[in-house]
Write a new protein. Structure first.
Lengths: 550, 215, 353
């Protein structure tokens, strides 16, 4: 097995569908991850539109008017829609698409020919479409999971939830297993497969974030697996883990679930931070400010991530409020360090605003809001007011959409030329960015106010007297605007793949090793490597800072 | 654009796993075991949490069901014997590993062979123990006591089974002479896994059998 | 893309003004409602404190980003590399330590607010909220914890303003959450867990009604799990409670059978919905409504309100599956609304002509 990395991958001639189905090339697997994740993103997006359409106007009959209530879907389907929306977006879009970037980019960035275990890599990927199908099959067998992606017990017990819940559990276990295998692969690749000269502190920040992310996956995801298995035993074999009626504990589920799911937030955002940390220096023509501080901040976020899970449970009245409040506040410090370092990277630079840079700046500003509005929930009494309201919906979307998804699109525009040898159109890219940025803020900013005004999450309808109607309509318009922004993107990808501008090996004047090979790279990635003397080997080579006799 | 023309690393050097240190396979196994530790940590956390919130442990009706010392009803404490066998198997496994490190194929085949047999006997004894407990109304659905007992021991048993399968593959390949003094990563990795499974059982045995009975 | 210096700084001013304007208008609407409890007021002042810091941090960092974006745009003359600054340890320490201090201060403030919000005081007023899919019930307890009134009638909690109320929370099926936005507070109602909290509605708010609802996903009709809290003056509360207890002791009168020739309207409820959204009845004549509740163990009733929202009739609330025949007094011609008192989103129109 140790020598698998040297086994020649299928050579170029044998292209075609069969090749894609059987490939163990990290670059093809990476692209498969991206495509599969984007498909899940679109399905999840459609479900989000169902949710937004339902909430556009109050579903209740106004006193004095005989008009029937406005309803897109019934309550049962509504609950399935937001449950599956969240499950697809978190488990089958954000986590895998970032793993997909990692798959494509990490071996290139460290000068390796492939991942450490190419066949396990393929296995990790192919579990994902299967898991997605399982989870969505619920719609065909009497209702998908409807207990929220958090699947709180007892609501997720057999008495209150149907077959869809079992399919969901099995699907998420599969995804978790895929993530764990993937994380082992990343860690071994990063520890063992670096090119000569690529010391730990010369690794690109993207690689560092994948390292920390993989550690989080390795430590947190198995705990979710154990929780899901216990829930499955409760549901199907008469177990009593989480069922208070028979001696189990409803709070136990929340503890075990959030022990995974809070670190999962960092699993979902750290690699996006890594992408942005690659893009900002390139488009500022400066090195990343405070490289080591950045590494330590990433590690600190990862470590602290394990001690804050109960801040999702403040209102249960069953957790140590002071401790978890303190730890949650603490995590703002390394996050702040990153924010300042990013900003300082641009200071005195020469900024150009190609689409990747625009999305990276979008990430900065939106993630800034997502970080700040999270501090409100760290203050426990304020969380008593805001928990489970639309404020939280706003917060998590500013982190995961404004942060991660903007980072994902930054990465797509940045590495598309490397992956396909053609540059995505700048015009369409900028149009997409503007529409998406506006749509995003239209959708999610009003939700802060809805939350303050007391609108709870996950309700299928509300009264016209509640005073939430206008802002909900605004959010719905924003939601459809985001959907619109996908049209220029898809058109851009379509036309670029057909006849886009050839990119060359290094269209952005990049810093890291992936720009030292051809676009797309050959099967083993590199015929030769530049000398690695810093975290910017390609920059050094371009400006003659290395080389000559040594 | 001078990237290509500056110092070049020879093609042969590109893509070599880094020299020195542990091999990819063993590092992968250690990381996998890390994830397994967290998996069992989740199950143990559930056990201790439920046990702490139960009014009595073992709950009424289950006192004295899990025995590890001989009693009037259970003259032969099956679990204790199974535990001794499993601990022994860890040692026989390591004897096999030491053997192949010296290049001694016979020692490898013997050590792993005995380990496979001991592991299988452990599984059979666990199955026997389950039937006895079931006849005494200790069932999976019998309160949190039964649920936690079968989940913890059942998942450990599944890991033992997985270990026996892996050891059997190692045994087959050992008999086919596929391992040498310098190339036997799979033997090392499997033995690490087997020791891990053993340690989990010692924790389980202490937690489920010894501690509740020592008061 | 190079702008002359003047234009560039003007652009910066415009951007700053627009940002400041948006921020100010944002600050105005980004406030929680005025709290009506003393605990809620603590939460609100803590919110305002956190909000002020949040705005400060946002303006600072966003300002730095926008400044960098505008000031350091690449010009065609920028052929040489900019200075390659790799970092600055003093700066790193500053922007680690300063946020740490800010965060520590925020923690201390929120921790001290938490102590006030969580504080309990001995009180005679004890109420128990019982949550179940998908309805609320409020029971009233005596000082020694005996239940004096099982209130079955409506998801409405009467509380004395100006007095501390100890609210116990109880659920037997799934997790719910007791949430009143104007309390700026919620607490989960967890099966197997005895949660409770104290609150005191400000004396000045006597006579007001506050809406509340379940805030933890509890199943299909989670969004229908509404309730109200009605603050009464202590004297009104005492007489209300006494009247309710007296009323509960009376045996309920037998349901009058509908006289011959009377109009009977049929309506049913299933899945927290009425079978029809429109009913018609004759004017100036008593009639009956036969109400079939098909939701097992979920309570419903039929109540009638006039177009001004004034309640004219309120039928007995009962759990399904069961049936009741409600006698309705004569109504004048006009448009009315019928609804379920337990689930105010179950509603329809009643036309009398």
């Amino acid at each position: 097995m140790a020598t698998t990395a040297l086994t020649p991958a299928a050579t170029g001639a044998r292209a075609g569908l069969y090749d894609w189905l059987t490939t163990t090339d990290h670059k093809k697997i990476g692209i498969l991850y991206l495509v599969n994740s984007l498909l899940m993103f679109f399905v999840g997006g459609v479900l989000a539109l169902v949710v937004r359409a339902q909430l556009a106007v109050p579903a209740l009959v106004h006193y004095g008017f005989a008009a029937p209530g406005f309803k897109i879907v019934d309550e049962a389907f509504y609950n399935q829609a937001f449950t599956i929306h969240a499950s697809l977006m978190l488990f089958l879009f954000i986590i895998p698409i970032l793993a997909g970037f990692g798959n494509y980019i990490v071996p290139l960035m460290i000068g390796a020919p492939d991942m450490a275990f190419p066949r396990i890599n393929a296995l990790s990927f192919w579990m994902l479409p299967l898991a997605g199908l399982l989870i969505m099959t619920g719609f065909l067998v009497g209702g998908a999971a409807a207990a929220g992606w958090t699947s709180y017990s007892p609501l997720a017990q057999a008495k209150y939830s149907g077959t869809g819940e079992d399919l969901w559990i099995v699907g998420v276990i599969l995804i978790g297993t895929s993530s764990i295998l993937g994380s082992i692969n990343f860690l071994v690749t990063i520890f063992k497969m670096r090119a000569p000269g690529m010391t730990m502190f010369r690794m690109p920040i993207m690689v560092w974030t994948m390292l920390v992310t993989s550690t989080l996956v390795l430590m947190a995801t198995p705990v979710l697996t154990s929780a899901l298995i216990m829930l499955f035993i409760d549901r199907n074999y008469g177990g009593h883990f989480f069922n208070p009626a028979t001696g189990g504990s409803a709070i136990l589920w929340q503890n075990v679930f959030w022990f995974y799911s809070h670190p999962a937030v960092y699993i979902m955002v750290l690699p996006a931070m890594g992408i942005v940390s690659e893009i900002l220096p390139v488009f500022s023509r400066k090195p990343l400010f405070g490289y080591k501080a950045f590494v330590f901040a990433t590690a600190a976020i990862g470590a602290l991530g394990f001690s804050v899970w109960a801040h999702h449970m403040f209102t249960t009245g069953q957790v140590a409020l002071g401790f978890f409040s303190f730890m949650t506040f603490l995590i703002a410090i390394p996050t702040g360090v990153k924010m300042f370092n990013w900003t300082a990277t641009m200071y005195r630079g020469q900024l150009s605003f190609a689409t990747p840079m625009l999305f990276a700046l979008g990430f900065l500003t939106m993630f800034l809001i997502g970080g700040i509005n999270g501090a409100f929930s760290a203050a426990v009494p304020v969380d008593f007011a805001l928990h489970d309201t639309y404020w939280v919906v706003a917060h998590l979307h500013y982190v995961l959409f404004g942060g991660s998804v903007f980072g994902v699109f930054a990465g797509i525009y940045y590495w598309f030329p490397k992956m396909f040898g053609r540059k995505l159109g700048e015009g369409l890219g900028k149009i997409q960015f503007v529409i998406m940025f506006i749509g995003f803020n239209l959708t999610f900013f009003p939700m802060h106010i809805l939350g303050l005004d007391g609108m709870p999450r996950r309700i299928a309808n509300y009264s016209p007297d509640a005073g939430w109607s206008d802002l909900n309509m605004l959010a719905t318009i924003g939601g459809f605007t985001i959907a619109m922004s996908m049209l220029p993107f898809l058109w851009n990808v379509f036309t670029t793949l057909r006849n886009g501008e050839p990119a060359g090996d290094d269209p952005w004047e990049g810093n890291t090793l992936e720009w030292a090979t051809s676009s797309p790279p050959p099967p083993y990635n590199f015929d030769r490597l530049p000398e690695i003397r810093s975290e910017r080997p390609v920059f050094d080579a371009r400006h003659g800072l290395v080389g000559g006799g040594h | 654009m001078t990237a290509g023309s500056t110092a070049i690393v020879a093609h042969a050097e590109v893509g070599h796993a880094r020299e020195g240190g542990i091999s990819n396979v063993i590092l992968g196994m250690l990381l996998f075991i890390t994830s397994e530790i967290m998996f069992f940590a989740g199950l143990f956390a559930a056990y201790f949490s439920l046990r702490a919130s139960a009014p009595a442990w073992p709950p009424a009706g289950f006192e004295g069901k899990l025995v590890w010392l001989p009693t009037a009803e259970h003259i032969i404490p099956v679990v204790t014997i199974a535990t001794i066998l499993l601990v022994t198997s860890s040692w026989t496994c390591q004897v096999g590993v030491w053997g192949i490190r010296r290049g001694d194929h016979t020692a490898l085949v013997r050590g792993i062979g005995v380990t496979v047999v001991l592991g299988s006997i452990f599984l059979l004894m666990q199955a026997y123990d389950y039937t006895v407990l079931y006849s005494e109304e200790v069932r999976l659905d019998a309160g949190v006591f039964g649920t936690t007992y079968y989940t913890l021991t059942g998942f450990h048993g599944a890991h033992v089974l997985g270990g026996v399968v892996m050891l059997s593959v190692v045994l087959y390949r050992a008999m086919a002479g596929q391992f040498t003094k310098d190339h036997h990563d799979m033997v090392e990795a499997t033995s690490i896994y087997w020791h891990f499974v053993d340690i989990v059982w010692i924790l389980l045995f202490s937690t489920l059998y010894i501690i509740p009975n020592v008061r | 893309m190079s702008l002359p210096r003047l234009t560039r700084s003007r652009l910066a001013v415009v951007v700053a003004l627009v940002a400041a304007g948006a921020l100010l208008s944002g600050c105005g609407v980004m406030q929680p409602p005025e709290a009506v409890t003393s605990q809620g007021s603590e939460v609100r002042s803590l919110y305002e404190f956190v909000f002020a810091i949040a705005v400060g941090v946002f303006v600072l960092v966003e300002g730095l980003i926008i400044f960098a974006v505008i000031r350091y745009r690449r010009k065609p003359t920028d052929t040489e590399l900019p200075p390659q600054i790799h970092g600055n340890n003093v700066l790193e320490i500053i922007w680690t330590v300063v946020p740490a201090i800010i965060v520590a201060v925020m923690f201390l403030f929120s921790y001290s607010a938490l102590q006030k919000v969580q504080a309990t005081t001995p009180t005679d007023i004890q109420i128990r909220a019982v949550a179940a899919q998908f309805q609320w019930q409020f029971d009233y307890l005596s000082a020694d914890g005996q239940t004096v009134l099982f209130q079955q009638l409506a998801p409405e909690m009467e509380v004395p303003a100006g007095k501390t109320v100890h609210l116990q929370l109880k659920a037997n099926d799934v997790i719910h959450a007791f949430y009143v936005p104007k309390f700026l507070f919620k607490r989960d109602v967890v099966p197997g867990v005895n949660n409770s909290f104290d609150f005191m509605v400000d004396a000045a708010d006597a006579g007001q009604t506050f809406s509340g609802q379940c805030a933890e996903l509890c199943g299909t009709y989670h969004g229908s799990m509404l309730f109200t809290v009605k603050a009464l003056s202590p004297a009104d509360y005492d007489s209300w409670l006494a009247a309710q207890i007296a009323k509960a002791r009376e045996t309920p009168p037998p349901a009058p059978s509908g006289g011959a020739g009377q109009v009977q309207l049929d309506i049913a409820a299933k899945d927290i919905q009425f079978s029809t959204a429109a009913l018609e009845a004759p004017a100036d004549k008593p009639f009956t409504i036969k109400f079939q509740n098909n939701d097992a163990s979920i309570t419903h009733n039929v109540a009638i309100k006039d177009s001004a929202g004034q309640e004219i009739f309120k039928g007995e609330i009962f759990a399904g599956v069961d049936v009741r025949v409600y006698p309705i007094p004569a109504l004048k011609t006009g448009a009315y609304v019928f609804e379920c008192s337990v689930h105010p989103n179950m509603t329809g129109s009643l036309t009398v002509k």
